[in-house]
Each structure stands twice: as C-alpha cells, then as structure tokens.
Design a binder for this molecule. Structure first.
Ligand SMILES: Nc1nc2c(ncn2[C@@H]2O[C@H](COP(=O)(O)OP(=O)(O)OP(=O)(O)O)[C@@H](O)[C@H]2O)c(=O)[nH]1
Ligand SMILES: [Zn+2]
Length: 370
C-alpha cells in the first residue's frame, strides 16, 4: 500500500521544503509499510512526541514503538526540528511511524563519556552564522561555528549583523571575517537600517531550509523579522529577559513570506569541535591547500624544509595565529573523535553480547530447552 501523490504538482508540502530526495525517501518507507502513511515535517520535538506540519494542518503526534525503540538505541535518531517523517493514524491520534533519512544536520557534540550527540536541526540546506559587527568579530568562534556546519553537511553563509554599530571600523571587521571564511558568502546586514537585507532575502530561495547560528544577542531573531518584514520571532528587545524562547515547546519551523523555511533552534552555548575531520579541514581550506604542497607528507609545519605553510607565513600570505588555531581545532577534533569511537565500540560490544546471549537462548530452545 502506498500514498503516492506525485504527478500533481506542486506537492502540498512544497512550501515546507518537500523535494525529490524527500519524496523518494518517503516512497520507500511507504511501500514497505502495512499502514497508510502520510508525510509531514517536524516543527517542534519533545521526548516521546512531536508537533508535525502536514498538508494544510499542524498536528501533535506520538512516537511509534518502533521510533521509541530506535531512540533508545541511538538518541540521535529521535525526531527533531526539521525532520521529515512518515505518519499514520491510530484512532484519533497521529503516530510518527518513521523518521526519513536526513540530509544536512546541525549536531551538538556530546563529548562527555556517556553523553550523546544531539541533533538540533535536520534537513538543513544552509546555516547563516551571525557575528555582530560591534562586538568583535571573534574569529576563533566563527571558525568553530564553520567547522560545526561543514561537519553536518550543510552549507555555511556568514552574516555580519548590526553593521551600523561598527561605524568606521566596519571595513576592518568585514575584512577580518572574510579572511577566515575562504570561499564563503558573507553578507553585511543591519536589521535597523535595512542594509544588505534585500541581497540576503534574494539568496533565501523558496523551499530552502535555513538555520541561524550565533551567540545570544547576535541579532538572529531581529534579522529574520527584518528579512520577513514581519515579527515572526520574539527578539531580546521584546522579551526583556534571556529565558523564554525555548522554555516551552513553541513552533520552531517558520516559513518566510518569500518562501524560505527557517528552523529556530535553541542557542548553542558551547561549541565543541566535531570529531569529523572534514569539518575543520573545510573551515581551514586555505591552510590545508598549502599543507598539501609541503615537501613531506607528514610535515607538521614547524621547521621542516620545503614547508609551504611556513613559506606562506614568511611571505605574509598566511597569519601565524590562523595556523595556531588550525592546529588547536585539529587536536580538539581528534580528541572528540577518539571519544566518539570509544563510545561506539562499547555500544557495539553491548549489542554484540546481547545478540550472542539471544543466539545461545535460541540454540538452547531448539535443542529442547535443556
Ligand atoms: N543597533 C542594532 N541593534 C540590533 C540589530 N539587530 C538586533 N539588534 C538588537 O540586538 C538585541 C538582540 O537581538 P536579537 O535579535 O534578539 O538577538 P538573537 O541573536 O536572536 O538573540 P537570542 O534570541 O538570545 O539568541 C536586541 O536588543 C535587538 O534590538 C541591528 O541591526 N542594529
Ligand atoms: Zn609544512
């Protein structure tokens, strides 16, 4: 049985980012199910239940036993904001029957021994990293945010916010931001003066999914509201306190008037560098490219002859501090990777032991329960 509703464009979920990849993922789940399933997108998630956007409506949905079982094995599989899910009716209620395969995610590292990674948002195309012009910029923080975004498979875009507050320093601030964002689109914006808003809105294509990332007070909500031309999000100015926005389960999936989807995630206070080496490598693409030209493959860029990285520093093409930050983030990433690997190994051992025990049980029963 399946609920295929293709060939009648546009799909009712197109405005929420529905696309051929999601359609294919849904079809394969729907084909294999004995239930009549409908697709939806999670706008808010809690333990055990979610709020899901379905064609023309928004409904609360419990998580099916299958989803709960997956979540117990691996908490990152729990439905989260932005997830595409397959739903079914169960009496008067809706059940999330399956979480569809994700594309870009934003993941908070669980670096403690027994803590898990936490998926903050799923199926994210682009992440707008907001850095306020009047408070820095903090290049180290920007590099950490960039590593996080690259590791999750979304594309980073940078916004220098509150541009009008930087005054004469603005060109210098923007130059610094560009120097640590090689190949990345940088927007200079102000929610108050309107600077750069049209250019940014232009880039936020209908149906594309965005997340805004930045420290508290960086101006993320103000920017969304200014781009939307309406108060979609509460800002610090209105709220008057720093609690509020995420203490209750409010809707975290917003559709802007011009069609882009914005996922509103809780603030990321601590930015741990992801264990995926790719996150840091792509953030420091300029340095890794140089490193590939070093004479020795295992060059540590200190005193080796033929070191292209040191040569670039001597010639003033690369900042020594950027090399130092690259080394620091790589070390951190490696440590986090090792932690993740250790956790994975202990989990696999646990699963394996359980299976062996089950196998022995079955064997015992087969032999007549002796
Ligand atoms: N001068 C100026 N102030 C701004 C601008 N954008 C935002 N602000 C102010 O900065 C403060 C924080 O803005 P928010 O939009 O709430 O920041 P946020 O990043 O959403 O903060 P959290 O919700 O805590 O994550 C508010 O008092 C805004 O009025 C801007 O372009 N210029
Ligand atoms: Zn080298």
């Amino acid at each position: 049985m399946n609920t295929r509703v293709t060939d009648t464009p546009p799909h009712p979920l197109t405005a929420l980012g529905w696309n051929p990849r999601v359609a294919a993922a849904f079809d394969s789940v729907a084909h294999g199910s004995e239930h009549l399933l409908v697709p939806g997108r999670v706008s808010a998630a809690r333990r055990g239940g979610s709020v899901v956007r379905v064609p023309g409506d928004e409904v609360p949905a419990d998580h099916s036993p299958a989803v709960l079982k997956d979540t117990r094995t691996d908490p990152t599989l729990a439905p989260c904001t932005g997830d595409w899910v397959a739903l079914r009716r169960s009496g008067d209620a809706w059940l999330v029957e399956a979480v569809l395969e994700r594309s870009g995610t934003l993941v908070r590292q669980g670096i403690a021994k027994d803590s898990y990674d936490q998926v903050l948002a799923a199926n994210v195309d682009r992440v707008l990293i907001c850095e306020a012009a009047d408070q820095g910029p903090n290049v180290g923080r920007l590099e950490r945010f960039l590593s996080l975004v690259w590791a999750g498979g979304a594309e980073p875009v940078v916004a220098v916010t509150k541009a009008e507050l930087a005054g004469d320093r603005l060109p210098e601030v923007v130059e610094l931001v560009r120097s640590v964002s090689p190949g990345i689109e940088v927007h200079v914006v102000s929610a108050h003066t309107g600077q750069g808003l049209d250019a940014l809105a232009e880039r936020m294509a209908p149906g594309s999914t965005w997340v805004l990332l930045g420290t508290s007070g960086a101006g993320k909500s103000s920017l969304v509201n200014a781009v939307a031309g309406q108060e979609l999000m509460d800002t610090g100015a209105i709220r008057g306190d720093k609690r509020g926005r995420h203490t209750t389960t409010h809707r975290q999936l917003l559709v802007l008037p011009r069609g882009a989807v914005v996922l509103d995630i809780p603030g990321v206070r601590r930015i741990d560098v992801p264990g995926e080496a790719e996150g840091v490598d792509r953030t420091f693409a300029d340095v890794t490219e140089l490193a590939e030209q070093c004479r020795f493959r295992d060059c540590v860029h200190e005193t080796e002859p033929g070191c292209a990285v040191r040569a670039a520093i001597d010639e003033g093409e690369l900042d020594l501090s950027r090399l130092e930050r690259w080394n620091r983030l790589r070390r951190e990433s490696e440590r986090n990777r090792a932690r993740g690997d250790a956790r994975l190994r202990s989990e696999q051992t646990r699963v394996w032991k359980a299976r062996t025990k089950e196998g022995r049980e079955r064997g015992r029963l087969k032999r007549g329960g002796r």
